[in-house]
Design a protein around this ligand. Structure first.
Ligand code: NAP
Length: 320
């Protein structure tokens, strides 16, 4: 089959490699489209030090070779029985196990779910990892409810576009931050109520607070924990799921406990979270925001676009 693999030295190659051999309980899927995530950049560069060569990619949609069913891939491997955290040994598709930047993939049958009705191949391929992460962050961890206000940091990220859409679908008021006025306007088109440009506003947490009380903050930036706690109301919740802006912070401890705030960590989601997300998608009038679709052979250019932060929404690679 043809696939894109990451090799030593931050190198990607489009090449012919052996077809995957399914183990017991696994199924081969003929992939139609793969979706990109920031994780793929970490796999390629060695920040996530998996053995190479490796096929990156956690997201994809295609056709089961045994039954002909159209499926999406749930990228969590071995979550386990608990809902509060995954079991030891939990992993994500696309490192160390070969991922979706390929014509074929062999996967445990329980990782395959029906393609949502009405979704194109591209829309189906790009939502699983980011949208299940947001679903768990907002609802299973953050307990966001209708009528509450959600602040989403970094409007342009793939994660953020799903956060705006799922937040609005559940009846929350959504506010965003971004380094780009254009991205704020696009977030408003998705249903966000207001936005603050964190690059041009000196004290952006104060500007956010002027827009009204915030109940839940979704923080995928990492370096912004203190600002997130400054923005959220006493008793509010900050849910953290990324470190795009940095992974070390200094926090003021006293205001945090005086204000009775909560800080939650989260990663991906359980199969139950994914099933909850699929139920929400049945009633959704929105579709995943597609930034761009390129052929699989142009994976490098797609990753460069994401790395440069030029995108809004999800990037996809057409395979079949
Ligand atoms: N825990 C998990 O399971 C999980 C799953 C998926 C993703 N993630 C993490 O979530 C993050 C987002 O992922 P993604 O793939 O959606 O990312 P992405 O599309 O690459 O977007 C990154 C965005 O972060 C924003 N940003 C960067 N620095 C910022 C700052 N100082 N303040 C506010 N925003 C800032 C920028 O938004 P603007 O361009 O609008 O300024 C940028 O576009 C990554 O850290 C990723 O690793 C975690």
């Amino acid at each position: 089959m043809q696939a894109v693999r990451a090799h030593e030295g931050d190198v990607l190659r489009f090449e012919t490699i052996p077809d995957p051999e399914p183990s017991a309980g696994e199924v081969v899927v003929e992939l139609r489209v793969a979706g990109l995530n920031r994780r793929d950049l970490f796999v390629r560069s060695g920040v996530f030090p998996f053995p190479l060569p490796l096929v990156p990619g956690s997201d994809g949609a295609g056709v089961r070779r045994d039954t002909g069913e159209e499926v999406v891939v749930f990228p969590g491997l071995g979550w386990g029985e608990r809902e509060d955290a995954p079991a030891p040994g939990f992993g994500i598709l696309g490192g160390p196990r070969d991922g979706t930047y390929a014509e074929l993939i062999a996967l445990p049958e329980e990782n395959l779910y029906p393609k949502p009705p009405g979704f194109s191949w591209e829309e189906a391929a790009v939502f699983p990892l980011a949208a299940v992460t947001v679903y768990r962050a907002l609802f299973s961890r953050g307990r966001l409810e209708a009528g509450e206000t959600l602040l989403v940091l970094g409007a342009g990220s793939g994660v953020s576009t799903f956060a705006v859409q799922l937040g609005v679908q559940t009846g929350a008021r959504v506010v965003v931050t971004s380094s780009s006025d254009e991205k704020i306007e696009r977030a408003k088109e998705l249903g966000a109520d207001a936005g603050v440009n964190y690059a041009t506003t000196e004290d952006w947490p104060a500007a956010v607070s002027e827009l009204g009380s915030v109940d839940v903050v979704l923080d995928s930036v990492g370096s912004t924990w203190q600002q997130s706690l400054d923005c959220v109301r006493p008793g509010g919740r900050v849910v953290v799921l990324g470190g795009t802006g940095g992974t070390e912070v200094t926090l003021g401890v006293r205001p945090f406990y005086f204000k009775q705030q909560s800080l939650y960590g989260t990663q991906l989601g359980s199969p139950r979270d994914f099933e909850g997300l699929l139920r929400m998608l049945e009633d959704a009038t929105w579709r995943p925001v597609l930034d761009s679709v390129r052929p699989l052979s142009e994976a490098e250019a797609a990753l460069e676009r994401m790395s440069a932060g030029e995108h809004f929404g999800k990037l996809a690679l057409a395979i079949g």
